[in-house]
Design a protein around this ligand. Structure first.
Ligand code: ZN
Length: 301
């Protein structure tokens, strides 16, 4: 081959690499992960025949199959990752009909992937819609913030005594933000707020299952709801609490609402076996009861 042809091929190759770096940032680097880093990071938990929770690190989406179609709870941080979860679930459930997407609150790591479900009705509290529309922010600022987080993960001294599992967790967390950055860069992460909203409570029926949605009051955000599915003995608690019932509140207090919501739920505890948190934590009735105690103690103060 002539030298000039070889030089031409090299120049084209370098140009392609540079354009990919400009387009996608630097984010195909996935130290600690294999050739398909997303596949390596995805955890699929099949809780029952009809319930699947898919995670990448703290990103989590829950899928519930009904005879009428699939109901989704929360949508993860960004559409390209959520589209991967969706594909897995379509294969597992052998169907592609998505009925509803329910957002447990407005935070971007629960609603950023909403656009991975085009045409699917999104349900959430009225404040979820308001908060999402008000919180769109400047995409450049969000990108800068995301870059900073990626850098922090890169600098994390994860090779400590916690070993390879921590290294992997760190790589998967970084991967979430890389996908977020790339989706922002490509302009495919659009704000898609709920189109069906409610202020106090709402029950939707799908394939013989009732999904009771009720507002909890200002707590972790201004739009937290609980989703109780008695037919499956499942409660979805969003980011209201973590294992041990520990509350994660950051938005003031609305104790009257909290107590009313818990009063409503505590008469149903025999109908709740599994509690699923907004980051894929699988909990049980005891965690809910501990949370109830915390709430009442907070009110007494
Ligand atoms: Zn949250």
């Amino acid at each position: 081959m002539k030298k000039s042809i070889i030089a031409g091929i090299i120049i084209i190759g370098i140009t392609v690499i540079i354009s990919l770096v400009i387009r996608f940032g630097f984010f195909s680097g996935t130290s600690g992960l294999k050739d398909d880093p997303v596949r390596d990071c995805i955890k699929t938990v099949r809780l029952t025949e009809s319930v699947i929770v898919v995670n990448v690190a703290s990103d989590a989406v829950t899928f519930i199959r009904t005879v009428d179609g699939i109901v989704v709870i929360d949508a993860g941080i960004t559409p390209s990752l959520t589209a991967r979860y969706r594909k897995i679930v379509e294969k597992e459930f052998q169907r592609k009909d998505f009925l509803y997407l329910i957002n447990t609150h407005a935070h971007h790591d629960h609603t950023g992937g909403n656009s991975a479900f085009p045409g699917v009705r999104i349900i959430g509290h009225e404040n979820c819609r308001t908060e999402m529309l008000a919180g769109t922010g400047d995409p450049e600022k969000i990108k800068a913030w995301t870059l900073k987080i990626i850098e922090e993960y890169e600098n994390e001294p994860y090779l400590d005594e916690s070993g390879p599992e921590n290294e992997r967790e760190n790589a998967c967390q970084k991967l979430r933000f890389q996908h977020l950055y790339n989706d922002l860069q490509k302009g495919i992460r659009t704000v898609k707020p709920p189109d069906i909203t409610f202020t106090d409570s709402l029950t939707i029926y799908a394939g013989g299952l009732a999904f009771h949605l009720f507002y909890f009051g200002k707590a972790h955000s201004g739009s937290d709801i609980l989703v109780f599915i008695p037919g499956l003995k499942i409660l979805m608690c969003g980011d209201l609490f973590s294992p041990g019932g520990i509350p994660a509140f950051s938005n003031g207090g609305d104790t009257l609402h909290w107590i009313a919501a818990m009063d409503r739920l505590m008469t149903k505890t025999s109908e709740i076996e599994t509690v699923i948190g907004g980051h894929g934590q699988i909990m049980n009735r005891n965690d809910l009861e501990r949370f109830n105690e915390y709430i009442r103690k907070k009110q007494d103060r």
